[in-house]
Write a protein that binds this ligand. Structure first.
Ligand code: DGY
Length: 347
């Protein structure tokens, strides 16, 4: 950061910008009030360093309630938040007209009322791309964990119930030659598909509105995907059309030998229906990383053996979480400096 003719010139990545201090040509003039950014949780220092070049950063030590968030955001110019923060009209109104950007540290943004934000002239950004690889890898970890009974085997060993090797003991299902059905052909869905060759699986995709057709893979209607796939993996954003996309009817359409994987958003799956389908052995198993009411997990799921449950870890690598936070910070810096957001979301 260099001082130039009474202004601060800030260099961040490719972008240079200036102007958060009023010119100091008049000798002794104090700089005007700094911009203010509220960050709802502790984030890596590399991200706050970016923000601090242009603004004062408020970052509470502990999680903010919705009420506390409304109090803390008053008069701020930017909000950097997590997918567990509900950013609704009340929060936006509490911020007032100074708020220019809500930067979500997540690719999904169903926690934000984007229409209300845009109506108030507030830019909303997310963190696509940087988490694609980590989430795709994690999806494969879940596919392997459920089909090869890894979590179940781990529980058994820890309980001291392992009596020794046997030919028919805890046999699972092989992936080689099977069909992977991917619902949602966005970045993450396609990244999961791209890794299927390594396991000898063929891929079919379903997407209501595909943005890019990967000709290597076959697009099929939703029902056909459910009827014919050995593993069904969900990669759709949460919205009115995808809430409970996987309900009793959808589960009943799946093969009895099939597995359901969800690393997208919890409410895409009707958890009660899933408990029923697993209990009735209408499908072979499921692996969930996301839940309808996080961090609560439907009690019926906890007692089943044919399910793997992880606590929303899809993007949870050190590298990716740092990259997500830095991208959110870069979005804040860009917008507060009068530039376009790097990764804005549309209505
Ligand atoms: C996202 O980015 O939407 C993830 O769910 C957070 O890990």
């Amino acid at each position: 950061m260099a001082k130039k003719r009474g202004q601060w010139l800030v260099t961040l990545g490719h972008s240079s910008f200036r102007g958060f201090y009023r010119g100091t040509r008049g000798r002794g003039k104090a700089p005007v009030a700094r911009l203010g950014v509220l960050v709802t949780r502790r984030v890596p220092a590399s991200a706050t360093a970016l923000l601090r070049q242009i603004a004062d950063v408020e970052m509470p030590e502990t999680a903010l309630t919705h009420d506390a968030l409304r109090q803390r955001i008053a008069g701020k110019n930017a909000l950097m938040c997590l997918m567990i923060d509900r950013i609704d009209a009340a929060v936006l109104d509490a911020a007032g007209p100074s708020l220019k950007i809500v930067a979500n540290i997540a690719v999904g943004y169903d926690n934000i009322d984007v229409v209300a934000a845009h109506a108030r002239g507030v830019t909303v950004t997310n963190t696509p791309d940087v988490l694609t690889g980590a989430t795709a890898e994690f999806t494969w970890a879940l596919i392997l964990a459920i089909t090869r009974r890894i979590a179940e085997g781990d529980r058994l060993v820890r309980r001291g119930d392992w009596k020794g090797w046997a030919l028919d003991f805890m046999v699972g299902t092989e992936l080689q030659g099977k069909q992977l059905g991917i619902v949602g052909a966005g970045r993450i869905g396609r990244a999961v598909a791209a890794r299927a060759d390594a396991f000898g699986m063929r891929v079919v995709l379903h997407d209501d509105a595909p943005t890019e057709i990967e000709s290597r893979f076959r697009f099929v209607p939703f029902d056909e995907l459910l009827n014919t796939s050995d593993v069904v993996s969900l990669h759709v954003p949460l919205g009115p059309k995808t809430r409970h996309l996987i309900d009793r009817k959808a589960l009943a359409r799946m093969k009895r030998t099939a597995y359901l994987i969800n690393t997208a958003r919890g409410p895409v799956v009707d958890e009660e229906a899933l408990v029923w389908a697993l209990g009735e052995r209408l499908i072979a198993g499921a692996a969930l990383d996301v839940y309808e009411r996080e961090p609560q997990v439907q009690a019926g799921l906890l007692t089943l053996e044919n399910i793997v449950l992880t606590p929303h870890l899809g993007s949870a690598t050190r590298e990716t979480r740092t990259a997500m936070t830095e991208l959110a910070a870069r979005n804040v810096v860009a917008v507060l400096s009068g530039q376009s957001a790097l990764t804005p979301v549309a209505n």
